[in-house]
Write a protein that binds this ligand. Sequence first.
Ligand code: AMP
Length: 398
Amino acid sequence: MNILVMNCGSSSLKYQLIDMVNESVLAKGLCERIGIEGSVLTHSPAGKDKVKFEKPMPSHKEAIQMVMDALVDKECGVISSTDEIAAIGHRVVHGGTYYSDSVVVDEKVKEAIKDCFDLAPLHNPANLMGIEACEAAAPGKPNVAVFDTAFGMNMEEKAYLYALPYEYFEKYKVRRYGFHGTSHSFVSGEAIKFAGLDPKTAKVIVCHLGNGASVSASIGGKCVDTSMGLTPLEGLIMGTRSGDIDPAIIQFLCNKLSISVDECLNILNKKSGVLGLSNGISSDFRDIDAAAEEGNHQAEVALEAYALRVAKYIGAYAAAMNGVDAIAFTAGVGENDKNMRKDICAYLGYLGAFIDAEKNDIRGENRVISTDDSKVKLLLMPTNEELAIARDTLRLTK
Ligand code: AMP
C-alpha cells in the first residue's frame, strides 16, 4: 500500500512516495521554478542516484504529471504503474474553523480551503492547485487534506480566543489557530510512545524549533495551547519572524518610517527574528552560532533571547497543564543544535528537568537527553511531517 505525499508551494512542490507496510520512503523529490523559466524536477529514488529532469512546468499540473512519470520511469522509477499509488495526502496550511482533523477531499472541502485563502494567502491557493492537479493527473484516486491548523482546533475557548471584541471572532473567525500542527501531533504521539507515558493523560510540551518555530502543550495528545496564532507570526523568536511583540510597535514604526501596515508586517515576517536581533548576520543558526563563537555580541544576544523566549513558553505551558511529563525538541534547530537545547534547559531546573550533557551530544535521532533522576523526560525527537500525512491518508482511505 503506497501513499504519495504532496507539499505544494506557489512555485515549488515536494513529494514522497511511502510504502506503508514498513513506512519506508520509496522515492522523494522536489519540483522547483513551477511557472517560471528554468523549471527542474529532482527525483531521488531510494538506493539509486538522484536524477534531474529539466522541462517547462507552466503550472502544477505539468509538474505533477512529471512526478508521476518519474515514479513509473523504467530507469529511475520505483513502481510499475500509478495504480500502485493507493491515495495522495496533501499538506494544507489552513483549514480555518472547518476542520479539526484530516479529511478526504471532495467539492465541499475544496470550497472550505478556498474560503481560507485570506487566512493563508501564500499557501492555501498553492495547496488547492496541488490537489486539483493530482485529481487531473490521477483521476479517481482519493486525495486527503491534512491541515497544519487541525491540531490547534482542539484547544478550548479560553486558549484560542484573543481578548478582542467578541464580534471579530463571530464575524471574521479571528482566533488562535496554531501551525506546524502535523509536526506537533506527530512528535507528541511519538514522545508518549518513546518515553512509555500514559497515552490518555501524558502532559507533553513540543518545541518545534526550525526556521519557523512554535511550542505546543498537549494532554493525552489533545492540544491545550500553542504559540502561533491567527498567523504564524505569533509566539517564539524565529529565523526571520519577530514572534510576540507589543502590537503598538506597528503603529509606532509605521509613523517613524512612513511605511504602510503591509510594509511593517513584511519587516516583522522577513527581517526580524534572529536575523534582525543579530543585526543582519543571518537567519540560520549555524551562522549565528559561528559568529557568537567569534565573540560577536549581537549574535550572542540573539541566541540568548531565543532561548529565553522558548523557556518562558515552556514555563507558561507547564503552568497551563499543572505539570509536564515530557518536553520534546524537534525540527532543524531542535534536532541539531545541542547548545541551544542546553541553553533552554538551563532554565528548567525549577520543574525538576535536568539535561544530561553526554546524552545531549547527539543530533537527529530519538533519544532521552535528560539525566536519570530528572522528573521531566527531556527528549530529542526528529519530526516527520510526511510520514504523519501518509499515516492520516491511510487511516482515512483504508
Ligand atoms: P527547518 O525549518 O526545520 O528545516 O530548520 C531549518 C533551520 O535549522 C536552519 O535555518 C538552521 O537555523 C537550523 N539548523 C539546521 N542544522 C543545524 C545545525 N547543525 N546547527 C544549528 N542549527 C541548525
